[in-house]
Design a binder for this molecule. Structure first.
Ligand code: 3HC
Length: 314
């Protein structure tokens, strides 16, 4: 039975009324199968993104310029692991297992955010990721705090509390670089040039190309569309870049008084499709690293299962 056919049934109408009245949907509530599947897709991919996202920044933990920066970066990367665990737990309330989700990732059936398939070439990249990528994540996740599914909404509320630290520590890395020596300024600007457009791609295709957008908005899984979120991010980030003295690599970027927003250039959707389809600069490396860590961690899961079994049979 397709989702559309269900749209005239009693339960579906009652479900939509709950969503329209801002009543959170909880795991034990009736929900359309399409709603459940869409949530498993989005929440599990969100969780994969958090965990894979540990790799680019983790690459610099041993090379942070000071002990203080190393400790801050360690804390930030550790937070991302925790975000992944909250989100996997939220997805599990929909009847999917952790093994299913990890298996889907390793077999290439599940995605993670394209942004994490770019290399972190200099220390300035760590600053730009914290500042730009976490800002973009915050714009999206603040909106998702109002998602209709209770466990996802509560996970977002908790995660957003930590994201502002992530964004601030990135901005703080960039401040001395952007006002430092010519080499430091050049390093910060180079990172800005390489990360600006991939960050805009985090918000997904244009609304007109979005596969899930319409249904996700009707069911209030998403509260703002891809293009709305992207525009919010650009509008709030341009003044910050100006404060840092970093140029945004978009000759078409300019304030549009009539719209009350910044106009900006066209995203390279060929690059987006290349990265999302697994052929970006670091896709293979990221997945191999994740699979290897998963294999090497099997003994921990085995020990946990043995403990559970022992408790169960005691
Ligand atoms: N990277 C990879 N895949 C992407 C993508 C991106 N930037 N943007 C879209 N896609 C995929 C979608 O997953 C979908 O593929 P699927 O059907 O196989 O899942 C397809 O492209 C079509 O896109 P849609 O617009 O139809 O998909 P959505 O409605 O799901 O919108 C989204 C995409 C805006 C990313 C939405 O899924 C979302 O808001 N997800 C939750 C937030 C999230 O996952 N953020 C990722 C970053 S997490 C992060 O940054 C952590 C921080 O702490 C650093």
């Amino acid at each position: 039975m397709t989702d559309d056919h269900l749209s005239n049934t009693e339960p579906e109408a009652a479900f939509q009324e709950r969503v329209d009245n801002e009543i959170k949907i909880e795991p034990k509530d009736w929900m359309p199968e399409g709603y459940r599947r869409n949530l498993i897709r989005q929440i599990s991919q969100h969780a994969h993104s958090e965990v894979i996202g540990m790799q680019p920044e983790g690459n610099w933990i041993t090379r942070a310029p000071t002990l203080k920066r190393k400790m801050i970066l360690l804390a930030k990367v550790q937070d991302e692991a925790g975000h992944g665990l909250y989100l996997y737990s939220a997805a599990e309330t929909l009847g999917v297992t952790r093994e299913d989700m990890i298996g889907a990732l390793h077999e290439g059936h599940a995605k993670y955010a394209s942004i994490f398939n770019y290399p972190t070439l200099t220390w300035a990249d760590v600053g730009v990721i914290g500042w730009l990528v976490d800002s973009a994540a915050i714009v999206n996740q603040i909106s998702l705090q109002r998602t209709s599914y209770g466990p996802y909404s509560r996970a977002m509320i908790r995660i957003c509390k930590e994201e502002s630290f992530h964004q601030r520590q990135g901005f703080e890395i960039l401040m001395p670089l952007a006002s430092g020596s010519l080499e430091q300024k050049a390093m910060a600007q180079d990172a800005m040039n390489r990360w600006w457009w991939p960050t805009l791609m985090m918000f997904g295709p244009h609304d007109s190309e979005s596969v899930h957008g319409a249904k996700s908005m009707q069911w209030k899984i998403k509260r703002k569309s891809n293009d709305e979120l992207r525009q919010d991010f650009i509008d709030q980030t341009v003044p910050q870049a100006e404060y840092l003295g970093l140029a945004i690599p978009d000759p078409d970027l300019k304030w549009n008084e009539e719209r009350g927003h910044y106009d900006f250039g066209e995203i390279d959707w060929d690059e987006f499709r290349t990265v999302v389809s697994g052929n970006g600069l670091c896709n293979r490396e990221r997945l191999e690293r994740h699979s290897r860590a998963h294999r090497e961690g099997e003994w921990v899961r085995e020990a946990m299962r043995a403990c559970e079994e022992k408790k169960r049979t005691a």
